[in-house]
Ligand binder design. Structure first.
Ligand SMILES: [Zn+2]
Length: 181
């Protein structure tokens, strides 16, 4: 099942109930206002559908995606000032140089911080709860990625490694942080 189908199925179930409730509210009171069951706050409920499409030019950093699909993590390094960029970019923001060098990253580092996402943005609702972390790699740069571990196993300061994985249900390559045993 593709991601669009999964999302649609989920939304249809949630939406159907929610829309019926909102219809009833409007019919009874003329206003889409109800109490939040958790906080007891009054909520104004408006339903609009939103589709986001991303088209990002990646020609100058295509090598990153090419290597990612082969299980490798690369960054770029400025030949002038030595700054390292990840995700890679082809321009050094410090000295305005273009055409940076490609370097392979160790992918090893230490977890600086993390957060567990239980209330997900709409476009991420088809995922289970997930953990987003920032790790400092040996190369001295910080990387933001999902942490693929159970929440109880995640600790600030633990050693982590960047892993290349296929994100499901989308089926494309991406990277995540795993604990080094
Ligand atoms: Zn530079």
């Amino acid at each position: 099942m593709g991601v669009t189908e999964i999302r649609e199925r989920q939304f249809n179930e949630i939406d159907k109930k929610a829309l019926e409730q909102i219809d009833l509210l409007i019919k009874n009171s003329g206003m889409p206002i109800m109490r939040d069951l958790k906080t007891n706050n009054l909520l104004w409920i408006d339903v609009r559908e939103l589709t986001q499409r991303f088209m990002i030019p990646i020609g100058r950093i295509y090598k990153f995606f090419d290597q990612l699909s082969k299980g490798k993590i690369i960054g770029t390094k400025c030949p002038k000032c030595g700054s390292i960029y990840f995700p890679p970019q082809d321009d050094c923001t410090k000295c305005k140089v273009s055409g940076l060098d490609v370097i392979e990253l160790s992918g090893e580092g230490e977890l600086l911080t993390y957060t567990i996402i239980t209330v997900k943005p709409v476009s991420f609702m088809h995922y289970q709860d997930y953990i987003v972390g920032i790790a400092r790699l040996k190369e001295g740069i910080n990387i933001l990625a999902w942490v693929n571990e159970k929440p109880e196993d995640v600790k600030v300061g633990m050693k982590v490694k960047v892993n290349v994985v296929k994100r499901e249900p989308e089926g494309y390559f991406t990277y995540e942080l795993r604990k080094i045993q």
